[in-house]
Design a protein around this ligand. Structure first.
Ligand SMILES: Cc1cc2nc3c(=O)[nH]c(=O)nc-3n(C[C@H](O)[C@H](O)[C@H](O)COP(=O)(O)OP(=O)(O)OC[C@H]3O[C@@H](n4cnc5c(N)ncnc54)[C@H](O)[C@@H]3O)c2cc1C
Length: 462
């Protein structure tokens, strides 16, 4: 459908937020996302000022039959927060965070980042599990699950979600919680952006900080023995600690870095971390009592927006000696230019005490996640860097489950998206049939409505 100028003008006038069209000032900035590989050119970008704008944008897209992308923090490497030709519902201005210190809850807008969220909650000494790079959006991260330094103590971000406001494909405004629209509440805790635009998210927050945090860095030639120790130690470590082990090629050469956050009492943390800190001969050990914000910012400089990214992820089914041998040999045999990493993230603890079907996030048994990550600046290097990422992932693949964390997926096709939803896929399809039978929200790791689905509860407007 060709949309006339009059219709666009009506849209502009009905918004409190801003509308960006190709060729207009700031359009190019508005279409950029975190991953510099993504270069999509939407026909319209609606930067919503509030829920009313979101409802207007959803209705406009339905009436004009436009493809829709939803943008929270714009961090997802797959780049689904933007689209070619269609309409982007951009929530990046909806980022206010309100903390209720008495009831230990906090509510953030659908475009808030973890930097926004932590800033407000830490003013009261509170926090919840959230992304470890502050520019990541709370919405996209939570809807897919949500790993973070506090996940072993307090569960995933989605496990701390108390309620969310959702604008559905038919423009309705629904609250999803344990008491209202419970099925939707189940689905948005792991089912991604498939069911609607989430305009705000309310979390349980916990007293956090100071924490014992920092990095222990080893030369690459100690990587195998340190990783063997790390595996055994991290598998039995108390819930208060999360320690991620990363093989990396950074500006100071290749190394193995273990990034640690202990969120319990500092004295006890010193005792818990002592075996890890005294193993091998680290080059660097920065672990010390620090504000929670310090560990949440350890990677801020590394992950600057606009760099080009290639990611490939999995979950260990066998973190064996052989797995360590294979992955380290691959890495050491072909150390790439900065920045490349194989990050082993620490799950288990409270994450695995929630049942695989209690929320839409099903991968509750995994103790460690694996993320192969390649990041570069010059587009000329794209092919060789993607090739390295693919080869590295292939080396690790025999030790990984079929399942994968949905938020770490690139544009990897239907089978991988299904693997991400795992045993919950069929139930998610039923939910999709109910809340989005026409697949209006399809620019995501998509759950397709089933063809035999009953007649939708609402009709598409032409
Ligand atoms: C540098 C970096 C660090 C990361 N660190 C972590 C980490 O520590 N832990 C972790 O678990 N993950 C992490 N991730 C992955 C992250 O969870 C995903 O990229 C996530 O999708 C980011 O959310 P966003 O809102 O920023 O993304 P966007 O790109 O804006 O959105 C991604 C998708 O989420 C959906 N979505 C976003 N906002 C909304 C909304 N308000 N309503 C409905 N749907 C919405 C849409 O389908 C959209 O396509 C990291 C990613 C990067 C690039």
């Amino acid at each position: 459908m060709i949309i006339g100028n009059k219709r666009i003008q009506e849209l502009r006038e009905s918004l409190r937020g801003r509308l960006f069209l190709p060729g207009e000032e700031d359009y190019d900035g508005a279409r950029q996302v975190f991953n510099g590989m993504i270069n999509k050119k939407p026909a319209l970008i609606v930067r919503c000022a509030g829920v009313a704008d979101v409802i207007t944008a959803v209705r406009f897209a339905r009436e004009t039959d436009m493809r829709v992308a939803v943008r929270g923090g714009g961090h997802n490497v797959a780049g689904n927060a933007v689209c070619d030709d269609g309409l982007v519902i951009d929530l990046s201005e909806m980022k206010s965070v309100r903390v209720d210190p008495e009831n230990r809850t906090a509510r953030g807008g659908g475009g808030a980042t973890w930097g926004d969220f932590d800033h407000e909650t830490q003013a009261f000494g509170l926090a919840t599990t959230g992304g470890i790079v502050p520019t990541t959006g709370i919405a996209g991260l939570t809807l897919g699950g949500g790993f973070g330094f506090l996940n072993r103590k307090y569960g995933l971000s989605c496990d701390n979600l108390l309620s969310a406001d959702v604008v559905t494909a038919d423009g309705r405004f629904l609250k999803a919680s344990a008491d209202e629209n419970e099925d939707l509440f189940w689905g948005i805790r792991g089912g991604g952006g498939n069911f609607g635009v989430v305009t705000s998210l309310e979390y349980r927050v916990h007293p956090v900080g100071p924490v014992l945090g920092g990095e222990i860095v080893y030369p690459l030639d100690q990587a195998k023995e340190v990783l063997r120790f790390y595996r055994d130690w991290s598998t039995t470590a108390p819930d208060e600690v999360r320690a991620d082990a990363t093989l990396l090629s950074g500006p100071h050469g290749p190394a193995l870095a273990i990034m640690v956050c202990y969120c319990g009492a500092i004295g006890e943390g010193e005792r818990v971390l002592q075996p890890l800190r005294s193993f091998g001969s680290p080059m660097v050990d920065t672990v010390a009592p620090v504000p929670y914000a310090t560990v949440q910012n350890l990677l801020t400089e590394v992950f600057r927006p606009g760099l080009l990214h290639y990611w490939k992820a999995g979950l260990f089914h066998s973190f064996s000696d052989e797995a360590i041998e294979t992955i380290v040999d691959f890495f050491a045999g072909a150390v790439p230019a900065p920045f490349a990493a194989v990050a082993i993230e620490h799950l288990g603890g409270a994450v695995s005490r929630v049942g695989p079907q209690d929320t839409a996030f099903s991968h509750r048994g995994a103790q460690h996640s694996v993320l192969v990550l390649r990041m570069w600046q010059d587009p000329v290097e794209t092919e060789e860097n993607i090739d390295w990422g693919r080869r590295c992932y292939r080396a690790a693949a025999p030790f990984l489950e079929e399942g994968v964390y949905v938020n770490y997926l690139g544009d990897e096709g239907e089978a991988r998206a299904r693997a991400a939803y795992g045993i919950n896929y069929e139930r998610l399809v039923k939910l999709k049939n109910k809340y989005d039978p026409t697949n209006f929200f399809r620019l995501n790791q998509n759950i397709k409505p089933a063809p035999e689905s009953p007649t939708p509860a609402f009709q598409t407007q032409s």
